[in-house]
Design a protein around this ligand. Structure first.
Ligand code: BG6
Length: 466
């Protein structure tokens, strides 16, 4: 059996920088971050962590830290700058260099094709609300399989169809900054369709390896077990988890979801004849799970949907989720939270893995992201992020326990490899195992968590006799 993957993860827009180099086209995030709409923390990814120019240094640190896998995303705009049409050889050359640099260090490249950054030309044509984007994505995926499929064995199509579209069309903090959930369901459907088309293209091309989708899935819990709380849990599971995972894993949109949306008067004219076959053919080989927190829910008591998120890490801002007719997100005053209001609750991964394993028996899982944001401080050349070590240690231990109990987890990736741009939150919210000193030419400084992770991997290898 191949080795368990111990790695860390990044996404192109968040770390690469080089936003207009080597023939790269503009993405919706380039345009948004350069616009006045980017007002909460007006930072951009223009330079980000400068990973585009420093990937070898970053990979050296990963290798020295014992990591045997690197999950990164490809910027669509580097491969096909206008979204459709001509492939940019410089973009191909860049990722060839990244992949080869991984392999030269014994690091398995784990590639995500889409992590939030959409070519601007497609974005202005309606983005994911436009079905044609799913075909454009499939053509882009094929270009990637064709160029990199001889060396990449682990692929993910789309990162977080749920959370991404919720921010784009529910909370409204990501471009196109809309607050209309009916548009969200349309966009998300097209993302899932795009993923299924790409999975089929992967199989038709007879590439080696596995392909999956990355889902931000949640353990759904509640303070009470009364029928109204049980119903809130069922609806939250449908809203966050099954709406994505049933499609990716079982190849079908849940009938309960279709019925629920229709009961709200939504016009589901985007469900076309023939789609069921596309979804059924595009079932994934594995599910990537981005694990941060659980969803504690309660019955929704408001008649208005309201969604907000804390992008400042201050008490002036709050997280609120009331989905009228569905559920509300509850709070547990006894659990610890970070400054952005995220619960620090490692056991959630154990509950989630079992919930998913019960629903999708024998499914292969990979924890594609797990991490926590803090305003880390560099003191005397060191970062003592013991809070992050505690958080990650808890998640690793609970993940391994679920694995021992039969959940087929094949890898675990810390978010993030190094500090990077945190969407809307700017650069103050840091997740990296490695500190990036933005005031000193993006100098890299491994944090305590980096060394903890290194020791954890070494202990695992010793136990496994590797
Ligand atoms: C995940 C995303 O949802 O969460 C990452 O895949 C993101 O891209 C991470 O950075 C942390 O979220 P945030 O908003 O705090 O950066």
């Amino acid at each position: 059996m191949s080795a368990f993957l111990w790695g860390s993860a990044t996404a192109a827009y968040q770390c690469e920088g080089a936003w207009n180099e080597d023939g790269k086209g503009q993405s919706n995030w380039d345009v948004f971050c350069h616009s006045e709409k980017n007002s909460i923390n007006p930072a951009t990814g223009d330079t980000a962590s400068d990973h585009y120019h420093r990937f070898e240094e970053d990979l050296n640190l990963m290798a020295a830290g014992g990591q045997n896998a690197y999950r990164f995303s490809i910027a669509w705009t580097r491969i096909i700058p206008n979204g459709t049409g001509v492939v940019n050889p410089e973009g191909i050359a860049h990722y060839n260099a990244v992949i080869d640099a991984c392999l030269a260090r014994g690091i398995e490249p784990v590639v995500t094709l889409y992590h939030y950054d959409l070519p601007e030309s497609l974005f202005v044509a309606g983005g994911w609300e436009n079905r044609r984007t799913s075909d454009a994505f499939c053509a882009y995926a094929k270009a990637c399989f064709n160029a990199f499929g001889d060396r990449v064995r682990t692929w993910f199509t789309v990162n977080e169809p749920n959370y991404d579209t919720l921010c784009c069309y529910g909370i409204g903090n990501y471009p196109p900054n809309i607050k209309d959930l009916s548009r969200r369901w349309r966009a998300m459907y097209h993302m899932l369709l795009a993923s299924a088309k790409a999975v089929t293209a992967f199989r038709e091309g007879a590439y080696q390896g596995m392909i999956g989708l990355v889902s931000d899935s949640y353990a759904i819990e509640a303070h009470s077990d009364t029928p109204d709380y049980q119903e809130a849990k069922r609806l939250a599971d449908l809203f966050y988890n099954r709406s994505v995972n049933d499609v990716a894993v079982l190849g079908q949109l849940p009938t309960e979801l279709i019925d629920k949306l229709r009961s709200e008067g939504q016009i589901l004219d985007y469900l076309l004849p023939g789609d069921q076959e596309i979804l059924a053919a595009g079932k994934v080989d594995m599910l990537g799970i981005n694990a941060y927190d659980r969803m504690l829910v309660k019955p929704c008591t408001t008649s208005q949907t309201s969604l907000s998120t804390n992008n400042t890490g201050t008490a002036d801002s709050s997280n609120e989720t009331n989905i009228a007719g569905w559920f509300s997100v509850d709070e547990d005053p006894t659990t610890q939270k970070n400054a952005w209001g995220m619960e620090l609750y490692p056991k959630s991964i154990y509950t989630l893995l079992h919930q998913l394993n019960d629903r999708y028996p024998n499914l292969v899982f990979m924890i594609t992201e797990n991490g926590v944001g803090y305003r880390d401080q560099l003191v005397d050349g060191q970062v003592h992020d013991t809070y992050r070590v505690d958080f990650l240690k808890g998640f690793v231990n609970w993940t391994l326990k679920a694995r021992e109990e039969g959940c087929d987890v094949r890898g675990y990736f810390v978010w993030s490899t190094m500090d990077l741009y945190s969407w809307i939150n700017g650069y103050a919210k840091r997740y990296g195992l490695v500190y990036v000193d933005y005031n000193d030419n993006c100098r890299r400084i491994p944090k305590d968590s980096y060394y903890w992770y290194k020791d954890t991997i070494a202990a695992w290898n010793q136990k496994e006799g590797r």
